[in-house]
Write a protein that binds this ligand. Structure first.
Ligand code: PHE
Length: 449
């Protein structure tokens, strides 16, 4: 068996793990969800759920991962107290692997669009009109080629391993991501219409906050954004040094992810209203604000087009930003099944990455070729139904199945005296009752709504 990887430092871990968390969900999902669900009202509910429910689920995965120092299936099996809980561990771990592979297979399609749009900017600057119009048109050939291209990049990084691949690219890409985002925010806020966008984002419309769909949307968004329920944070936690203070890194991670989502809102919503001021349609047929694919690949490019030459540079920066955000997340997705196959079947990392990367690419291409039928279905199943439910089980494993002293010992490793803190006084009870019941309550709404 090959030696397990480990992140070289806290910074390395934070860059890699926030690279996983910060992705299309932040730049794309969060702002549009906020805009269509009452602006700041959504943001408030989101903050509550992200720190109240998603953060504990994140901690559950990090703690289990670092304790077991292995993939989710083995880790959960290791916590089992009998054959029943062992079987439950196997099922939850494997379901996470299937779910994350499905997420990767739709994510790679969007990642591919981002790459195509990023290349479109230099192509049109160079006057390559036919290349540019091919890159812009939503064709099955383009989507299939760029899907495979995006998967190829993901595979190459994961092949290089934890320190040389995931951590190295996280360290490089995450600071650039923040740099590009800040630049774009400053620029867009100077344009006409940006103020209305800020208002739509930051002025709460509390009548919408009480609509039943809002909490479900906010919870789904929070779990997706923190990469939960599918063993990603568990496997990254398993590469974290025992000297690290888990509760500190957990707070930092949730804080980074949420701040980035909030910042992305300062870019995307003003940009949409600038587009409106420039005569671009930003509402769809039903009168709702354009969201999902419609937003990023139609409204924003139309905006960039109205901005002349500068628009092409802004477009390039924006789609590079999206591509980077997508890539640092997709590598964390592929790492989950790869680590499982390497550790549980003794396959080399090279073979496992190639094999699983290839398989996911095939599933992804199947979605490209049957887009209307499969895309929304896969997104909904994986992110709305599977992720919160699986997270609930991770919380149950930590709070009910694992012996309380085991949890404490793991926390004490990087935090001597944690048993005397307020955190440890509240946390076990919170994890046992409040957190699982609240997740369940939202989940029940999702099913019966
Ligand atoms: N958190 C990522 C995003 O916001 C998506 C993701 C989900 C990554 C599940 C890994 C696992 O885009």
């Amino acid at each position: 068996m090959t030696a397990r990887g480990e992140f070289s430092s806290r910074f390395g871990f934070l860059m890699a793990a926030s690279g996983s968390a910060i992705g299309l969900g932040n730049v794309w999902g969060f702002p549009t969800n906020a805009a269509s669900n009452g602006g700041a009202a959504f943001v408030l509910v989101y903050l509550l759920l992200a720190f109240g429910l998603a953060h504990p689920a994140l901690m559950a995965e990090l703690i289990i991962g670092r304790h077991a120092r292995s993939n989710a299936v083995r880790a959960l099996q290791g916590l089992a107290t009998g054959p029943g809980t062992r079987r439950l561990g196997t099922v939850v771990g494997l379901a996470g692997i299937v779910t994350v592979s499905l997420i990767l297979s739709f994510y790679a399609i969007i990642g591919g669009w981002m790459l195509a749009w990023a290349l479109n900017a230099p192509a049109s600057l160079l006057g390559l009109t036919s290349v540019s119009s091919w890159l812009r048109a939503d064709s099955v050939t383009r989507n299939a080629l760029f899907d495979v291209f995006f998967m190829g990049l993901t595979i190459v990084i994961v092949l290089a391993g934890v320190r040389q691949g995931i951590e190295k690219w996280g360290r490089r890409l995450m600071p650039s991501l923040l740099g590009i985002l800040l630049m774009l925010i400053v620029y867009v806020l100077t344009l006409e219409g940006a103020r209305e966008g800020l208002a739509a984002y930051l002025v709460p419309d509390f009548s919408k906050a009480l609509e039943p769909g809002l909490i479900v949307a906010a919870l789904g968004q929070a779990f997706f954004s923190l990469s939960l329920g599918v063993g990603t944070m568990l496997i990254y936690g398993s590469y974290l040094s025992p000297r690290e203070n888990l509760s500190t890194v957990g707070w930092m991670l949730a804080g980074l992810d949420t701040s980035f989502a909030f910042l992305a809102g300062l870019l995307v919503l003003p940009a949409m209203y600038v587009a409106l001021a420039n005569g671009v349609e930003i509402y769809d047929a039903s009168g709702a604000l354009a969201a999902g694919p419609g937003l990023i690949v139609s409204v924003l490019p139309a905006l960039f087009d109205t901005m002349g030459l500068a628009g092409q540079f802004v477009a390039f920066a924006f789609f590079v930003l999206m591509s980077i955000a997508a890539l640092t997340s997709s590598i964390s997705m592929l790492e989950v099944p790869v680590a499982y196959v390497v550790e549980s079947f003794g396959m080399t990392r090279r073979r496992a990455t190639a094999l699983i990367g290839g398989l996911v690419s095939l599933v992804s291409l199947t979605i490209v070729f049957n887009f209307g039928l499969l895309f929304d279905l896969v997104v909904t199943l994986a992110t709305e139904y599977s992720q919160p439910l699986l997270s609930l089980f991770f919380v149950i494993f930590v709070a009910w199945i694992w012996h309380r002293n085991g949890v404490l010992e793991e926390l004490q490793k990087g935090h001597a005296g944690v048993e005397n803190t307020l955190f440890w006084r509240i946390w076990p009870v919170y994890m046992r009752f409040i957190c699982p019941l609240a997740i369940l309550a939202v989940y029940v709404q999702l099913i019966f709504l």
